[in-house]
Design a protein around this ligand. Sequence first.
Ligand code: PHE
Length: 335
Amino acid sequence: MALMISELEQTAAEATARLADVADLDALAALDAEFLGKKSALTTAKKQLGGLDPDERKAAGQAVNEIRKRVEAEIADARARLTATARAQQLEAERLDLTELRNDIRRGSMHLVTQSRDRLEDVFVGMGFTVAEGPEVETAWYNFEALNIPEWHPARGSFDTIFVNLGEPEEVMLRSHTSPVQIRTMENTEPPIYIVAPGRTFRTDTADATHLPAFNQIEGLVIDRGITMGDLAGTIDEFVRAFFGGEVKTRLRPSYFPFTEPSAEFDISRPDGSWLELGGCGMVHPNVLRNCGIDPEEWQGFAFGFGIDRLAVMRYQLDDIRELVNNDVRFLRQF
Ligand code: PHE
């Protein structure tokens, strides 16, 4: 019996020695099986206890249990130590150095049209306007009729409208200008009104150096008391100055739009002294005010609209408006 216990003590000492060197959790599992498993000396000894005298059995049982507990505790210690090491190694391996400075990263930027639109909004907001938006698909009422362009009106033809075939009962189209947002705003808002409405517009134009079938406009609308053509001219002058800088001049030329009376086209000066047509404008037609439930005897106003893409072409001196939609990064990256 004493022999058995001293053998177990030797086994335990061997376990201690080998646990000191154990390299990882797999090796530990193997040691666990070897020293505490079914075929281990400790388990075998425990089974043999049954064959001993009761006196001897008690003392031997206590000794075997004591040795087993010790080995178990040492294995538990080793497991805790190896788990902590494995975790630390994993953390180290997965660590990201966020302090590293890189100079090979290219930052993206907003598209040129978006930048132009944002700048325009800023300029007009600075002048006291708020930004309004409307749907890109419109009914004939908003795109034409409320704007004083009835069904028979020849101006409908000049808008090169793209229709959407939804069947009866209404004629539906992609808006051919941002002017429908004027109507929607006047229907819902009590004057005074000071809004700009930027957004996408569509016409059946074939793309060429100066046209895109899907383009962007910005509409301005002011409704207040005692508004005159002078306010319109001043507003256009002021925004062009803010957008382009002091050197660019503006002029109005008499023109015709069904929704304004009088109507004008406005041009901006080029560095070589020639003029570039930018957009249309005028005093809101009394019929348009009435269509929106606004009394033209009490309220007057002006409206203007122009292409944002064209403005970008002018400001950045592009020679082809299609560059804006070709999605060539070598072009886009320059802005
Ligand atoms: N909606 C007109 C167009 O697209 C521009 C315009 C807007 C003219 C407002 C006058 C007043 O051609």
